[in-house]
Design a protein around this ligand. Sequence first.
Ligand code: DX5
Ligand code: ZN
Length: 261
Amino acid sequence: MSSLQIARLFPKCVNTFEMCGAKTQSIVSKREISSMQNDLIKLAPSILAADFARLGEQVAEAEQAGASRIHVDVMDGHFVPNIAIGAPIVQSLRRVTRLPLETHLMISNPDDFLDEFVEAGSTSFLVHWEGNHNLHRTVQRIKTLGKGAGVAINPATPAAMLEEILPDLDQVLVMTVNPGFGHQHFLRSALPKLRRIAEMIDQINPNCELEVDGGIDEVTAPMAVAAGANVLVAGTSVFGSDKSVAAAMESLRAATTQVAQ
Ligand code: DX5
Ligand code: ZN
């Protein structure tokens, strides 16, 4: 892990890192870094892979196991070739968890659905750069509604597209699969882009989270974290595993902790 990445993960240390460089490595032990990283790498279980007959139970398990938020994938069969999850599910989830409900809108005309999801209980929105001719307006509208705003980019979309909107964002979501389905293979070609975006965030908006979505498991999570991600969306590896939800989340955490060692 580079000093830049460490500084991004532990912003309170940033000045010390900048001033002392390598010397700081002896002040903050690897074990302390691992423990801090454990708190700072946030897991966002995606309910797309959950058993919908036991949704409340599975979300409760994720909450008890320390999930940072619940990732809700909304698909319209138009923006992506699949249909999934509407506002009534968010409304039901709102009653059974205190976790933030992060709503990933993979739909055309996201502006038309913001009010409905806010009323249902969404905490933040991830809207796509692709196909949105009024992205700035969408982001401002989300903020006016008092919700967190993030922009998602697909695998073929360059990092540079984020530059102008970045100061306004709470999150950037880098798709590490083509959106629309769970259980796809992580695209390693997204890693250099993640590194570029991590640098842009450092320079332009250091409080912005860098999140990855698609194919995150024990093998790919450490790669994403090493490239600068600090929020991991995980569907299949959390809800589709043979392990319990808690054990699956612990395995993901353990895998990312090794990045700092
Ligand atoms: C894909 C969705 C993802 C999906 C990830 O379009 O945006 O959030 O649930 O699922 P896994 O973790 O199985 O790749
Ligand atoms: Zn998603």
